[in-house]
Design a protein around this ligand. Structure first.
Ligand code: PLP
Length: 274
């Protein structure tokens, strides 16, 4: 398993650079999405030189981050509850929050930066729901500009860096989702009187990153292709991108906590035996 992570990581990176060349694009940043995976695996990818990692549960991120090198650049990519902002900001090497989907959340994140005394501004992406699936998080495309303006003008501790979306997950390629995100970026850039290319587009996962790169993605978030399939033993769906009701969310967080505990146990026993 150890060798496989590094092999898969290198394979993805070289595939990404091939695709980028084919479509004359600059190679995007690869965020290795390590949710549900043990810290040992993350460490292996880190030792192979990788720095950008993504998590989507506060509890899991705040448990794993202190066990791993400070040089890791963490991306938070999950749905964030406003009352968890301070906890998230307790991770000193939090690099970017990709999933800002409301003004209220942006305001709370900004406040949390002040509370914890974070020195650099926190990079944020505004998450857009481009697939009109009612269950998925993200702001409506038509709210995009007002939300971005709120971040830019009312949240001085945040650094607006671009847009993020999760493409539709059914079998049809999410071309329309990615094109809508590109269009949103253009409108935002016009509004801010800047170049679209100066803003990030985080789109593309294991199943659709080739298409995403073709359409101009600058950040790709890949989990299972690098770390292997995730095991949500008790669930059939992927929590990060499907939950809607509070109840479901709580259940997932609890489950995530259990998983995190298992990871730590694994790590400890691994250390003990070495
Ligand atoms: C889990 C997750 C990913 C990675 O998904 P894979 O299909 O395993 O590559 C990317 N983005 C978000 C927001 C996720 O929750």
């Amino acid at each position: 398993m150890a060798a496989e992570v590094v092999t898969s990581l290198r394979r993805v990176l070289s595939h990404m650079s091939q695709i980028s060349q084919t479509f004359s694009r600059a190679p995007p940043t690869l965020v290795a999405v390590s949710k549900t995976k043990p810290v040992d695996m993350i460490q292996l990818a880190y030792d192979a030189g990788h720095r950008h990692f993504g998590e989507n549960y506060i509890q899991e991120l705040t448990t794993k981050a202190p066990l791993l090198p400070r040089e890791i650049q963490w991306h938070f990519i999950g749905h964030l509850q406003t009352n968890k902002c301070k906890q998230l900001l307790s991770v000193p090497n939090l690099y970017m929050v990709e999933s800002v989907d409301s003004e209220r959340l942006a305001t709370q994140l900004n406040k949390a930066c002040v509370t914890v005394g974070r020195e650099e501004r926190l990079k944020v992406l505004v998450q857009i729901n481009t697939s009109d699936e009612a269950t998925k998080f993200g702001a409506d495309a038509k709210e995009c500009i007002s939300l971005v303006k709120h971040v830019v003008h009312k949240c001085p501790r945040l650094e607006f860096s671009g847009l993020m979306t999760i493409g539709r997950l059914d079998s049809a390629p999410p071309t329309d989702c990615f094109k809508l995100l590109v269009e949103c970026r253009k409108q935002v850039a016009d509004e801010l009187k800047t170049e679209p290319q100066s803003l990030d587009l985080s789109m593309g996962m294991s199943g659709d990153y080739e298409l995403a790169i073709q359409l101009g993605s600058t950040i790709i978030r890949i989990g299972s292709t690098i770390f292997g399939a995730r095991d949500y033993s008790k669930k059939t769906e992927q929590p990060a991108i499907t939950s809607s009701s509070q109840h479901q969310e709580q259940e997932q967080q609890q489950q995530q906590q259990e998983q995190t505990q298992i990871h730590i146990t694994t790590t400890k026993s691994a250390n003990a035996s070495s």
